[in-house]
Design a binder for this molecule. Structure first.
Ligand SMILES: Nc1nc2c(ncn2[C@@H]2O[C@H](COP(=O)(O)OP(=O)(O)OP(=O)(O)O)[C@@H](O)[C@H]2O)c(=O)[nH]1
Length: 770
């Protein structure tokens, strides 16, 4: 604001020294002069008012660079948030994306923004001369008659050489001098609405350097295309300067044109320069009256007709100047001469100061208007975008916070359930192990008891076997095989009928109990899977009693044995083991071959080999043995004591008994003997495998229950790992939400910062009226 308040539109040292304050005839002028002089001699404490625009433009551009990167960052952040997380809607992300385009558009416009002033007036009123005076150089051609035949836009170029650009071509045309420019313009066939851009090196011209664009126009009295002019060249103008001729009154064409302008634009900034005021100096007695007349008319026009300014403001909008004189003075100064050497008439100093005054007011107005019109809208748009983004970030922050809370609660729930499940599973595992151990032990006992009972009843089972028996070896081996199978099947089926139901029921109830207990650890949706684990078939224990191999060493003894024979008696009294030992102590006679089992017919006529051998052995051994002598002595004693008759009778009865038993030793008797021997043998063998069989059966039960439990555990493990997966996923989600929270907080704060930047910009550059 310093520029506006302390504006000191100074004369250069040459200018100030060369002027003399000798003309105080006009009161209005005097006031102006006084004011201008007082301003003129103020120290140079600030820049040109145009700098405000330059600074504002730089500032707003900087702010928008920040806004652009902020919008980019926001867009990137919002796009990275997954839609399914429901933190930010797809529509909002799209909206942010649109903001990017809008900001890019605004930045584009901002970099191209400049202060535009358009000069209108009738032909030869001095429009080109005013522009030259403002630029302090002869840039535009001027002269009597219609010299400007199209719109000429003078703007700052970055090259050291001036050039012009026409609408039809992008090729720059070199322009070294005004004459060259006039020639170039004349050689082009240009319509009165067309625009030629003349780019002069901005470093040489302060106005151009400060982004001012000056537009000269053809005389409004020579063209009927005023509407087109307005549409094409006026809508983005910040200031209009009506260059009127002080030698004549304001014409209808000029008035009509500005009526049209003010219809299209709200409150256009219009300056009226009553040019050629030097001509009035030749009639000083009418000077004040003429000036008053002009002033009254222009005030009436601007205030009452156009309503573009107030009566107070209008004094800063109407000036009486001599552009030609001003230009000449400035050219003289450039040549190192005093400015008044360029004077055209008396009263130069007043006109000089008034032109300076015009320049100051014009620049202030231009800068102020341009800042407002160019940047206010952008600032508002920037604020709206930042506000919207700030709101989005707040929403994102709130939603992230809410989601994080939900996820944390869910995670806690899952974690607790997981820990509970794992703890319960540990307890249940111990319990199930114990239960299985108990059941296995019980089954083992049951099987052992049942098998022992079956072994005791084995003779019944063997006697139930009714295949034709024959002692022939071949037939006997088949008979044995079938008997093994019969016993095997019989034992198996007896054990099954005694135990299967009980064991199966125990196993099934244990399985059901396991499933029921473990189901309670699972979520509802997995419980069905648990029930599927229950085996479809009923559990059955396999008893696996292989009699064939178990009794493979069974050797039947079907030879006839007299029940009162020595061997039988020894067996009866000494037991089979002692008998065998006794037999072994008696030396076998040489030449007595082992009896063939097939010599049954011979045996019928001969006493049993055992019996004979013992007798023979006694006979053979006795003469040489002291025992035999003793035996003979005992025999002799018996003969002498009981007598021959008794001995013969006893021997006869003994022989008869022998004959009876020998005659009744039939196949049936052999079958009975065989079965008896088989039962004894098998009983002995089976007793050996009772523990093994019961252990085997209990092992089957253990396996069945363990495998069911293992499958249940596997399912629980799956559920547990699923829960762990859910917890890990929730952890990641919480982490992401934390990032989201942090980022949305940062971006929300950044939005606040940018908003304050825009506010500061508004206060600094847009609200100076207040
Ligand atoms: N005496 C006097 N002559 C002036 C003044 N301003 C301009 N002239 C002269 O008026 C003539 C026309 O000036 P221009 O600047 O070409 O006028 P213009 O309005 O641009 O004319 P067109 O381009 O034809 O529309 C020139 O000969 C100028 O020297 C002035 O303040 N006093």
């Amino acid at each position: 604001m310093a520029g506006y308040l302390n504006r000191s539109h100074l004369l250069s040292p040459v200018e100030s020294k060369s002027l003399s304050l000798d003309d105080k005839s006009d009161s209005f002028l005097a006031t102006r002069t006084e004011m201008t002089t007082s301003v003129c001699w103020l120290p140079d404490v600030g820049d040109s008012p145009l700098k405000i625009f330059v600074l504002a433009k730089k500032k707003i551009n900087d702010v928008f660079v920040g806004i652009q990167s902020y919008v980019e960052e926001s867009n990137k952040f919002l796009s990275s948030i997954k839609v399914e997380s429901n933190i930010v809607s797809e529509q909002l992300v799209k909206e942010t994306s649109n903001f990017r385009e809008r900001i890019t558009g605004i930045r584009d416009v901002l970099t191209r923004d400049h202060m535009k002033v358009v000069f209108f007036g009738r032909t030869s009123n001095g429009k080109s001369t005013v522009i030259n005076a403002l630029l302090q150089d002869k840039i535009l051609p001027s002269g009597l008659g219609h010299t400007t035949n199209c719109f000429l836009q003078v703007e700052g170029g970055d090259t050291p050489e001036p050039y012009l650009l026409t609408e039809d071509s992008n090729d720059p045309q070199n322009v070294q001098s005004v004459a060259q420019l006039a020639h170039a313009l004349n050689s082009e066939k240009l319509g009165d609405s067309s625009l030629v851009r003349i780019l002069w090196p901005k470093e040489k011209y302060p106005l151009l350097r400060d982004d001012v664009v000056l537009v000269d126009s053809p005389g409004i009295d020579v063209s009927p295309n005023l509407d087109e002019w307005i549409d094409k060249h006026c809508l983005n103008a910040d200031v209009f300067v009506l260059v009127a001729n002080a030698e004549s009154t304001l014409m209808l064409t000029e008035k009509n044109f500005f009526h049209k302008v003010s219809e299209r634009l709200s409150k256009p900034n219009i300056f009226i320069l009553n040019n050629r005021w030097d001509a009035s100096a030749f009639e000083p007695e009418f000077l004040e009256r003429v000036r008053k007349q002009h002033l009254d008319r222009t005030i009436a026009f601007l205030v009452d007709e156009l309503h573009v300014c107030t009566r107070l403001e209008v004094e800063d909008r109407v000036f009486f100047v001599s552009a030609r004189e001003m230009l000449q003075a400035r050219l003289k100064i450039k040549q190192g001469l005093a400015p008044h050497t360029g004077a055209l008439a008396d009263g130069f100093q007043n006109r000089y100061f008034e032109f300076q005054d015009f320049e100051r007011k014009f620049e202030e107005c231009l800068s102020k208007s341009a800042v407002k019109t160019k940047f206010e809208q952008h600032t508002q748009q920037g604020k709206a975008i930042i506000k919207a983004l700030q709101h989005i970030m707040e929403l994102t922050f709130e939603n992230s916070h809410k989601k994080k809370k939900e996820k944390m609660e869910l995670r806690k729930e899952h974690k607790e359930r997981l820990e509970f499940t794992q703890q319960q599973l540990r307890l249940l595992t111990d319990e199930v192990k114990h239960h299985i151990g108990h059941l296995v032990h019980k089954v083992e006992q049951q099987v052992a008891k049942a098998l022992n009972e079956e072994i005791h009843r084995l003779n019944v089972l063997v006697n139930e076997f009714e295949r034709p028996f024959h002692p022939d070896n071949l037939v006997l081996s088949v008979y044995k095989k079938e008997l093994h199978t019969h016993v095997e099947e019989g034992l198996g089926s007896n054990l099954r009928s005694r135990l299967s139901n009980t064991v199966a029921m125990n196993v099934e109830s244990s399985q059901k109990e396991m499933i029921a207990r473990m189901s309670s650890l699972l979520p509802q949706e997995h419980r069905q899977q648990m029930t599927n684990i229950m085996p479809r078939h009923n559990f059955e224990v396999l008893y696996r009693i292989n009699c064939d191999s178990l009794c493979s060493d069974f050797q039947e003894d079907l030879e006839f044995q007299f029940s009162l024979g020595l061997v039988s008696l020894m067996k009866r009294f000494l037991g089979p083991r002692n008998t065998k030992r006794a037999k072994e102590t008696i030396p076998r006679p040489i030449g007595i071959a082992h009896q063939s089992p097939n010599a049954e017919v011979k045996q019928f006529f001969q006493p049993s080999s055992d019996y004979l051998s013992i007798v023979q052995q006694i006979a053979l051994v006795s003469p040489t043995s002291q025992t035999a002598v003793g035996t003979l002595a005992v025999g002799g004693f018996l003969v002498r004591t009981v007598g021959w008759k008794v001995i013969i009778l006893t021997a006869g009865i003994y022989g008869l008994l022998y004959a009876y038993e020998w005659l009744t030793w039939t196949n049936k008797a052999k079958e009975r003997a065989f079965k008896k021997q088989y039962v004894n043998h098998t009983t002995r063998k089976l007793k050996l495998i009772v523990d093994l069989t019961s252990a085997n059966c209990s092992h089957q039960v253990q396996q069945e229950l363990s495998s069911t439990f293992a499958r249940l555990c596997q399912l629980i493990d799956e559920v547990v790992s699923e829960m762990q997966g859910v917890i890990r996923r929730l952890d990641t989600e919480v982490e992401n939400l934390d990032e989201c929270l942090a980022m949305s907080r940062i971006l929300r704060n950044k939005a606040g910062y940018l908003m304050s930047e825009l506010e500061t910009f508004s206060q600094q550059y847009l609200q100076y009226d207040q």
